[in-house]
Design a protein around this ligand. Structure first.
Ligand SMILES: Cc1cc2nc3c(=O)[nH]c(=O)nc-3n(C[C@H](O)[C@H](O)[C@H](O)COP(=O)(O)OP(=O)(O)OC[C@H]3O[C@@H](n4cnc5c(N)ncnc54)[C@H](O)[C@@H]3O)c2cc1C
Length: 405
């Protein structure tokens, strides 16, 4: 019989972090990782364009939670135990130094995700963690009693353990299995995507970046701020990706058919725009970009309203003036469809959070069963926050498992 102290299903970010930290806590334990693929840490490898955005330069637990559309409340406690600062120290203590980019994203100084993978594999060897590849878990059985017992079935053979952790990421197969065991699964839907504007003329400005815009989804409270990138298919950039994360469920319900409003100049009041009629009276409207907007964008926005390119500010009618204000502050775009963001995509949905005790990431239904990472209904905006949730959950669960056996 393959009797283990701890079995961890899923050789990804959360699974490895939990296994290593359980062994650090208690090196005597027998810990096995079961991974369905022929390689472990596949997502870590491709993450951050091959550089792995490990975490974010946000060391205040409360502020850190603001980046999680799902999991915001539940992660506050765990972030006090293992937050972004702890991630930086943990990796540094294990030989991986991180650096901060100007936008706060943190990467290994090697700029290679392989550094993270090698760090984990070395520690797995050091602590004699068994890694079984090509082992897809098909079923789990639970027997309560004085000594907890799990039976974990794979194609090849069953495994038995006292504690079990599911770190299976966004696996519909595992979610179905958990549903049968009585878990509520929030229906999965994509997060972190860009907005398609089929045949919209603004796409001709592809490649253009506006440093800071406000993005608002129509008929919702979703308002995000950040850089916007115009692509050949629509709108992208951090401001848009954030809106896609906060709106993941709502936008799926709307079948990705909705109107988005862009405030191109969020720090400028309407009155500042109206005052241009006097301060710029004799100047042509189209030819003189204002408020730091790129000239090509300014021209595009104004030409949507003024057919006469020669008009100056003083000659604008009341209605034209009003339309310019709307165009700059509440510019409507009809979104039809989404495109996956090339560098990072995550899944919203998963195990409902009320079924997990966030003091230790243990199931409330099956004591001894732990879950962390994307298997839970937790996800974040882009910037290293998704891995941070995996490290935090993996660490807290690992420590708990390490002292529970
Ligand atoms: C292209 C891309 C780039 C990304 N870049 C970043 C980034 O730079 N920064 C960031 O913070 N986030 C990034 N993310 C998100 C991040 O990768 C995930 O949030 C994170 O990997 C989740 O970790 P996890 O351990 O929960 O799941 P995963 O890393 O997905 O690991 C789950 C593992 O479980 C295995 N598994 C599933 N079912 C079974 C089963 N039945 N039996 C055995 N094994 C099973 C899977 O094969 C997988 O190896 C990126 C995502 C993508 C897709």
């Amino acid at each position: 019989m393959n009797q283990q102290d701890i079995i961890i299903v899923g050789g990804g970010a959360a699974g490895f972090f939990a296994a290593i930290n359980a062994k650090i806590k208690n090196p005597e334990l027998k810990v096995t990782i079961l991974e369905q693929s022929k390689e472990v840490l596949n997502k870590v490898k491709i993450s951050g364009g091959g550089r792995c955005n490990v975490t974010h330069n946000c060391f205040d637990p409360k502020l850190l939670t603001n980046y999680y559309p799902r999991g915001q409340k539940e992660l506050l406690g765990p972030f006090h135990v293992f937050g972004a600062q702890d991630t930086v120290s943990w990796f540094e203590n294990h030989g991986v130094k991180l650096y901060i980019e100007p936008d706060g994203c943190m990467f290994p100084v090697s700029n290679s995700s392989d550094t993270i993978i090698q760090c984990f594999l070395k520690l797995a060897t050091k602590y004699s963690i068994d890694i079984i590849k090509n082992a897809k878990v098909k079923n789990i059985k639970y027997q309560s009693g004085e000594i907890l017992k799990f039976e974990v079935d794979t194609d090849e053979k069953p495994y038995h353990s006292r504690l079990l952790m599911l770190a299976t990421g966004s696996s519909p197969f595992v979610w179905n299995m958990l549903e049968i065991l009585g878990y509520e699964i929030i229906p999965p839907c994509p997060s972190l995507f860009t907005f398609n504007l089929p045949h919209h003329p603004i796409c001709e400005l592809m490649g253009l970046v506006v440093k800071n815009v406000k993005v608002n989804i129509q008929n919702s409270k979703i308002i995000t701020e950040g850089p916007l990138l115009i692509t050949h298919w629509g709108l992208s950039g951090p401001g848009v990706l954030k809106a896609s994360a906060w709106g993941a469920t709502l936008l799926a319900e709307r079948n990705y058919d909705f109107t988005v409003y862009v405030d191109w100049i969020p720090n400028i009041d309407d009155s500042n725009i109206y005052s241009l009629r006097e301060s710029m009276a004799k100047k042509k409207v189209t030819a003189n970009a204002q408020f730091g907007l790129p000239a090509r964008l300014w021209q595009f926005l104004i030409e949507q309203i003024l057919t006469d390119k020669e008009k100056n500010w003083a000659s604008l009618s009341k209605n034209e003036m009003k339309d310019i204000v709307i165009q700059l502050k509440k510019c409507a775009f009809p979104v039809k469809g989404k495109t996956t963001f090339k560098e990072e995509f995550v899944t919203a949905g998963g195990v409902a959070l009320h079924q997990v005790n966030f003091k230790n990431f243990e199931s409330k239904l099956h004591p001894g069963l732990f879950m962390a990472g994307e298997v839970l209904n937790i996800d974040a905006v882009t910037g290293g926050f998704n891995f941070q949730a995996a490290w935090t959950g993996g660490y807290v669960a690992g420590m708990q498992m390490g002292k529970s056996v």
